[in-house]
Design a protein around this ligand. Structure first.
Ligand code: SF4
Ligand code: SF4
Length: 420
């Protein structure tokens, strides 16, 4: 029996997962190149081996896809254009849809996302004639609220009508396989922005950018680093500092962002020591795919791989999440710390803001913007999709109504017939 027919026989899978499994089984040659780069695959076997054995009902496959960082290093190194991330993401979605992945380990992350999209924390501020918004994302706003403000002011110099949106891009739901929640929330945001004439999104976080470029194709989306790079900065005369640059895995295939970041550092007199794993072959910091929730040892091993390769150079990243994660083990700065001329950013011990301080900083940022900005259109987000329980309740109510309606119709017909 072929592997393909084995897959078809096992379960009535969602078609996208079934397609991904078939694709991996047919295209992966088991050359082991990706396995040699990835600790997760080293533990569970190459993608074809996993796809051939996939069985949702088994306990093993209950957690396996949640240990993949969804980082696409495998995709970058595969000589046969195989994209195992797609398969692992579909496995997560299948597990979620089957009610098997509501893991207690993910509760804190789900709560973080919920807070980000809440009325209290969200704020949309669109000035008159606003076509471009700055979307800083939850991590930058929480760890660097002052720098978020400075970035916005800097962008206003070249784009006077730029708006700002404090909200969550919903990547946690997306990566945890809750595609229904992701779609409802992201589409509501997208519709609002579209309706109010927004055409361009500038993100500080490569995760948010990935979401907008994949699901918000009606917008032109790019990083703020590309926009800042267009602002005429004086070129520094000599490089005073050397840093190890960490490209976030979500920016792996985004060469314009990678180039812009290197340009900005050069302008600031900072020289980049390129890492063996950089640009398309960069490694995950350890936070990708929320692996740290279910397998913290595996997650830490990714971050350690990066730190070990930096030869004690100060690390710089352009993702606030990566900066936070790597900063727990080594001196790490965000690119924007350096951009806003914090000389101390490259010399002092990195300070890591943690909850509840990060939540407080986000609220303070929102308050500050509300007091300062003149906007034509603004809102706090109040939309929330019905919970699973409510959906289930609505389903039961609809079924009851249907049964009641049918009974009434039958009774009327019966009485009518008896009367004739
Ligand atoms: S996406 Fe990253 S963690 Fe997942 S299999 Fe590929 S390289 Fe490994
Ligand atoms: S590199 Fe590509 S072909 Fe080789 S084992 Fe990995 S997915 Fe399969």
């Amino acid at each position: 029996m072929t592997c393909n027919s084995q897959i078809k026989k096992k379960l009535p899978l969602r078609s996208s997962l079934s397609d991904q499994l078939e694709l991996i089984v047919s295209d992966c040659t088991q050359c082991q190149i990706c396995v040699s780069q990835c600790s997760f695959l080293t533990q569970y076997g190459d993608p074809k081996h996993i796809a051939s054995r996939y069985h949702l009902g088994s306990k093993e496959f209950f957690k396996i896809p949640f240990e993949c960082s969804l980082c696409q290093l495998c995709t970058a190194v595969c000589p046969h254009n195989v994209d195992p991330k797609k398969m692992f993401l579909e496995m997560r979605r299948e597990a979620f849809d089957q009610g098997q992945s509501n893991l207690p380990e993910h509760r804190r992350l789900r709560q973080y996302e919920k807070v980000g999209t809440s009325k209290r924390f969200s704020w949309y501020a669109l000035p008159e004639n606003c076509h471009t918004i700055f979307f800083p994302g939850c991590a930058l706003s929480g760890t660097r609220s002052e720098i978020t403000l400075q970035t916005y002011s800097e962008l206003q110099k070249s784009i006077p009508d730029i708006g700002i949106v404090l909200d969550c891009c919903m990547k946690p739901s997306h990566d945890l396989g809750d595609q229904n929640n992701f779609n409802l929330m992201f589409n509501e945001m997208k519709t609002y922005l579209h309706k109010h004439g927004v055409k361009t999104i500038l993100t500080a976080c490569p995760n948010c950018l990935q979401v907008f470029t994949t699901y918000g194709t009606e917008f032109e989306s790019k990083t703020v680093y590309e926009a800042l790079n267009l602002i005429n900065l004086p070129q520094a005369t000599d490089a005073k500092n050397i840093v190890a640059l960490h490209d976030p895995c979500t920016a792996r295939f985004n060469q314009p962002a990678q180039d812009a970041v290197r340009d900005l550092l050069r302008h600031k007199g900072v020289s980049v020591e390129e890492q063996p794993h950089n640009r398309t072959t960069t490694v995950c910091c350890g936070e990708g795919g929320a692996v740290s929730c279910v397998n913290p040892i595996l997650a830490k091993s990714w971050g350690q791989k990066r730190i070990d390769a930096t030869q004690n150079h100060h690390i710089v990243s352009y993702c606030a999440g990566c900066t936070q994660t790597l900063g727990e083990k080594a001196n790490t700065s965000h690119l924007l710390d350096i951009y806003f001329a914090k000389d101390s950013a490259l010399t002092s011990q990195s300070k890591i803001a943690k909850p509840p301080l990060t939540y407080f900083k986000r609220l303070r940022l929102k308050k500050h913007l509300q007091n300062k900005l003149q906007v034509a259109e603004s809102r706090e987000r109040t939309f929330h999709p019905p919970t699973e329980k409510a959906r289930h309740g609505a389903h039961i109510t609809a079924r009851k109504a249907l049964i009641l309606g049918s009974l009434v119709t039958i009774s009327i017909m019966f009485i009518f017939k008896a009367w004739i």
